[in-house]
Design a binder for this molecule. Structure first.
Ligand code: G1P
Length: 298
């Protein structure tokens, strides 16, 4: 049965160590790595805001101060830009501070994604909420989160975003066993496995980093033991909800749109090239240069 309480809050875990990007992430959070000229995390906050969620809770950890500074005013910089009549720069500097009401809570120890989400319990209270993982960027032309919120409003329960990937990639993700519903892009999730061992996956539909969670997830997370990698897994808590119809169940939205991964070097580079190639102020010079560069390679 659908729950009428609406989704207004977004939770964005940003406490990871970023070990795949060392040494860049020794003193800079990986969430602040730029995609062309905007930090990755700003795209994620913009996505939440575009879906109507302007109460954003960032779960941070040590060495994440620059994230807080990014979403705050920067008076000295603003004055310097104003003195130079740099109105574009000024608008860009102010934009990230005015985007949303951003709150912070620190995850004391890195005990996994499930634990990070549990750190949001007090702020979220007894309402459904969205979780957005910063390693995945969703193209704003494909409004996935808006669709997930609609699905929560119609079906109730919790909702995860699913994408179909080649069989050899499934073991890198959380994977879902699914059954159809009367809506083409919505499935009922009957089981979930975090990073299944190759050959044992229930399907090729994997969880991408977008969730709408029923607040019942918090009680489940409190009792979820460490799973894969010795970490408290969000997938394990959702699996419990999927097996308990009284929790409202778990649904999947089948996403066939554009997703960009920024969580590892190779995908990060691909994402940079795509974004630069689509930027009106850069594409005209960048794309012919890229083409010529590739043609010049042996
Ligand atoms: C996390 C989740 C996993 C999900 C993935 C999406 O894994 O645990 O279920 O498929 O995000 O990016 P991580 O990438 O943090 O290992």
């Amino acid at each position: 049965m659908a729950d009428s309480s609406s989704v207004t809050k977004a939770v964005i875990p940003a406490a990871g160590l970023g070990t795949r990007f060392l040494p860049a992430t020794k003193a800079t959070p990986k969430e602040m790595l730029p995609i062309v000229d905007k930090p990755a995390i700003q795209y994620v906050v913009e996505e939440a805001v575009a879906a109507g969620l302007d109460d954003v809770l960032l779960i941070t950890g040590r060495s994440k101060r620059s994230i807080e500074d990014h979403f705050d005013r920067a008076y000295e910089l603003e004055e310097a830009l104003a003195a130079k009549d740099n109105t574009d720069g000024l608008a860009q500097v102010r934009e990230s501070a005015e985007l949303a009401t951003v709150h912070y809570v620190r995850q004391g120890e890195p005990r996994g994604l499930g634990h990070a989400v549990l750190c949001a319990a007090r702020h979220v209270g007894n309402e459904p909420f969205a979780v957005l993982l910063g390693d995945d960027l969703i193209d704003p032309r494909d409004p996935l989160l808006t669709r997930m919120i609609e699905v929560r409003e119609r079906f109730g329960g919790s909702v995860v975003a699913l994408m179909e990937v080649p069989a050899e990639q499934v073991s890198l993700y959380g994977c879902a066993a699914i059954e159809p519903t009367d809506e083409d892009d919505v499935v009922t999730i009957t089981d979930l496995v975090e990073k299944p061992v190759p050959g044992s996956a229930p399907s090729r539909w994997i969880i991408i980093g977008r969730y709408v969670c029923d607040p019942k997830i918090f009680d489940v997370l409190r009792q979820t033991p460490p799973g894969r990698g010795g970490e408290i897994q969000l997938t394990d808590a959702l699996k419990v909800l999927a097996g308990d119809p009284s929790s409202g169940g778990v649904y999947g939205v089948l996403f066939r749109g554009r997703r960009y991964d920024t969580g590892n070097k190779l995908d990060y580079l691909r994402t940079l090239v795509v974004f630069a190639s689509e930027r009106p102020d850069l594409a005209q010079e960048f794309v012919p240069w890229l083409r010529a560069f590739l043609e010049s390679r042996p």
